[in-house]
Ligand binder design. Structure first.
Ligand code: CMC
Length: 379
């Protein structure tokens, strides 16, 4: 293999044929199964969108009702998983707790039958149903409380917010949260989806596939950026400090969190929608002083780095939305994971139906014919 063929970070290298989603990074277009993200954000729900992503078509009324029903009654987690989570250190990051718990599901549902559509359906339902319960359970248990049981009368997003806060959410908050999940559900072959696909290609079980996606999403260059954005806004502290803060990061060649994207060279369409959702929440629940800092940051970064195509990505405004929903900042990335489970599963299903194990090539840069030196002769 010629070294000229090597693309660090596999930039631009096609790794699969996929019909799940489409991104045009120059025009700022994102489609799930051909449908524009704006339409889905305005008109669909997270579960309907998940169905679309995983089964490749919008469900009929009955299909959606069955899917929602199955998920609603699979939300509970086994007491052994709850007890295992109780032993996790409360200082541990919720993404690590989630990765471990997602993998633990495989201990209970290991009957792998990838050619059986019923097995696929059950795994999809279980993962979509139980991941939010596990995120909420860890949150309550690390505060020293028992987790609350899911409520069957509440829909997907309202139930998650209920489990997290132990009270029913405002309907606007629940709707905004649901749209956030829709926006984060899928995004072509990003790092965590690629990692999930590589795992899937060994024909292992879907719990391992999702656990590997969670582990990859956790990093600050990927999903972890949403938490870091809030830390950054806190550090900046006021609108006047934005200019010098950005100049300092640029001078030290540091990355500004929530900006830049391998594919988008314009503002991420999801950032635009999340910003509007934030504004809706500020109108309803009161203003957030960080919003002014964020607006100024967007302006200054566009001014300094716009010509390089550095604009807000999905992680820039999501933190402000979640903050207004009173969600602690270290749960932002687990919430991203709750949503992305549907994208990972859509790619898992696509991968195993036309599978070939991932096994890329390397360009060896080491030496040959070295001699083993006994330890007492080494210096
Ligand atoms: N702040 C300052 N400069 C940036 C940034 C940024 N956030 N992102 C890219 N650049 C510059 C970079 O310094 C480089 O400049 P030069 O060509 O002069 O060396 C150029 O833009 C290309 O950057 P890159 O690092 O080669 O780009 P990449 O495609 O490898 O990385 C990225 C993409 C998302 C990892 C990167 O933009 C980044 O680290 N952003 C901050 C972290 C972040 O917000 N991540 C969330 C990504 S979107 C959703 C998600 O996955 O969660």
């Amino acid at each position: 293999t010629a070294i000229s063929e090597f693309k660090p970070g596999l930039e631009g290298v096609p790794a699969t044929l996929s019909s799940v989603s489409y991104v045009d990074g120059q025009k700022g277009i994102l489609e799930y199964r051909g449908i524009g993200i704006e339409q889905l954000a305005n008109q669909s729900t997270f579960l309907e969108t998940s169905y679309l992503l995983i089964w490749g078509k919008l469900p009929t009324k009955d299909e959606l009702a069955d899917f929602e029903h199955e998920i609603r009654y699979r939300r509970r987690i086994k007491y052994r998983i709850r007890d295992m989570m109780k032993c996790f250190p409360e200082s541990g990051h919720p993404m690590d707790a989630l990765q471990t718990s997602a993998a633990a599901l495989g201990l209970f549902y290991s009957r792998r039958a990838l050619d059986n559509p019923e097995y696929i359906r059950e795994a999809v339902v279980r993962l979509l149903a139980k991941i939010p319960t596990m995120v909420a359970a860890f949150q309550l248990m690390r505060k020293g409380n028992d987790p609350v049981q899911p409520r069957d009368d509440l829909d997907y997003s309202a139930n998650f917010l209920y489990m997290l806060n132990e009270r029913e959410p405002d309907p606007i908050a629940a709707r905004v949260f649901d749209v956030c999940l829709t926006l984060h559900a899928e995004h072509t072959i990003n790092a965590s989806t690629f990692s999930a696909m590589v795992t899937a290609s060994t024909l292992t079980d879907p719990y391992a596939v999702v656990a590997s996606g969670v582990g990859t999403l956790a990093g600050p260059l990927h999903g972890g950026a949403n938490e870091e954005v809030l830390t950054m806004l806190e550090e900046i502290g006021s609108v006047e400090n934005v200019g010098s803060y950005v100049d300092n990061l640029i001078a030290t060649k540091s990355k500004i969190m929530g900006f830049g994207h391998r594919v988008y060279k314009v503002k991420d369409p999801r950032a635009t929608i999340l910003q509007q959702l934030g504004e809706q929440l500020f109108e309803r629940f009161g203003h957030d002083e960080y919003y002014e800092i964020a607006l100024e940051l967007e302006r200054v970064v566009a001014d300094r780095l716009g010509e390089k195509g550095i604009y807000p990505n999905v992680d820039f405004y999501s933190g402000l939305v979640y903050r207004k929903l009173n969600i602690p900042s270290d749960l932002f990335t687990p919430i991203f994971a709750i949503a992305r489970v549907s994208g990972w599963l859509a790619h898992w299903k696509e991968q195993i139906t036309k599978n070939r194990i991932f096994r890329p090539a390397q360009i060896y840069t080491g030496s040959h014919n070295e001699t083993y030196v006994p330890i007492h002769e080494r210096n």
